[in-house]
Design a binder for this molecule. Structure first.
Ligand code: SIN
Length: 350
């Protein structure tokens, strides 16, 4: 596919700038291999009397170097954090994007785990049309759509409705088949605050102490919507919903269906407890301790990227490869976001 053909019908960046950027990248000397996490200088040091460790997270280097070697034909990509997050420019999501561009976006999503786009005015229909290029869309049973389209969830926050999405989570893990990703469009943003943070679930797994990793590999986590949404329902509605969406068990360490890489798949929002592989519940104290230990790596800033929203910014995240957290620091200001979620596959451990 030539550059000209691939871009037909697409709004692209300035072609001269493109050629200059490409030439600039090709002139760069090859990167030295600085990715050995056991090297002197890559060691972390435990602080006496605590479980706090300081020092470089050396295991991030290999992924960072891999991402920097990637080249993109149809748009520009700027990595925004060590192992996740990239700002994509040179395309308009409202356009009817050619298939090769969509295929490259899917590849970029798998690599960078969350993609950011600026200045993307989208009608609800355009939002739905873009997200549908990546799969069927979900209808959320609890969150109101509030728009012309049932597939688009509207998070409209104000003095009357606070932002309650400020806990680390993968979306809808209480479904048997949770979403593969979500496209979130900023309709109205506060003057300050309301950022969204994302954390790398592959790097979180690599962060685990080897003994802990060995203990949890093969365990299942039970995910239950009632943890977060239960209090919003009447007892009758809760019972009816629990019948439709009973708790579901997913592997604590899952294998990503596209990348084939293992990642952590436990979040505090929806996981009620852990079980052995045969479904036998763990002792409640051990379960609570392990859930805490498995969720903590997501709280490490080096594993995160943070998006400062502007009107018409869009974030497209891989809902298996990252957890996210919406900062709730702007009340009583208004923040309106719309989300379309793409149906995924049932998580498995290969
Ligand atoms: C969500 O949790 O999906 C919403 C994220 C946000 O509003 O930033």
């Amino acid at each position: 596919m030539t550059e000209t053909t691939a871009r037909s019908g697409t709004t692209t960046r300035n072609e001269t700038a493109t050629r200059n950027d490409t030439a600039h990248r090709e002139d760069r000397p090859p990167l030295p291999d600085r990715t050995d996490p056991t090297a002197i200088g890559a060691q972390r040091v435990g602080l006496p009397g605590s479980d706090v460790k300081v020092g470089p997270l050396g295991h991030l280097a290999a992924e960072r170097q891999r991402l920097d070697a990637l080249r993109w034909e149809h748009f520009d990509v700027t990595r925004t954090s060590a192992t996740l997050g990239a700002e994509v420019s040179g395309i308009l999501l409202a356009d009817d994007l050619p298939d090769p561009v969509v295929a490259d976006l899917a590849r970029a999503l798998a690599d960078y785990k969350v993609l950011f786009f600026r200045d993307q005015p989208l009608t609800t229909a355009q939002h739905v049309a873009f997200a549908r290029r990546f799969g069927e869309l979900e209808i959320h049973p609890f969150l109101p759509a509030n728009t012309d389209s049932p597939e688009v969830v509207r998070f409209a926050k104000s003095a009357d409705v606070g932002g309650y999405e400020n806990g680390w989570h993968h979306d809808v893990t209480w479904r048997e088949v949770p979403s593969m990703g979500a496209v979130l469009h900023a309709v109205e943003v506060p003057d300050s605050g309301g950022d969204t943070l994302f954390a790398d679930a592959y790097a979180a797994l690599d962060e685990l102490d080897p003994d802990l990793r060995e203990r949890v590999d093969g365990l299942l986590a039970v995910h239950d919507f009632a943890h977060v949404f239960g209090h919003t329902l009447s007892p009758e509605d809760l019972a009816a919903m629990q019948e439709q969406h009973p708790p579901v068990a997913h592997p604590v360490i899952a294998t990503h269906d596209r990348t084939g890489r293992d990642h952590l798949y436990v979040n505090r929002f929806f996981v009620s407890h852990l079980t052995e592989a045969d479904g036998e519940p763990l002792d409640p104290d051990e379960s609570a301790r392990l859930v805490d230990q498995l969720c903590r790596p997501f709280e490490t800033p080096e594993l995160q990227v943070r998006l400062r929203w502007e009107p018409d910014s869009v974030a497209f995240w891989d809902n298996r490869a990252v957890q996210h957290y919406a900062c709730s620091d702007y009340w009583p200001d208004v923040r309106v976001m719309e989300r379309a979620s793409i149906v995924g596959t049932r998580p498995v451990r290969r």
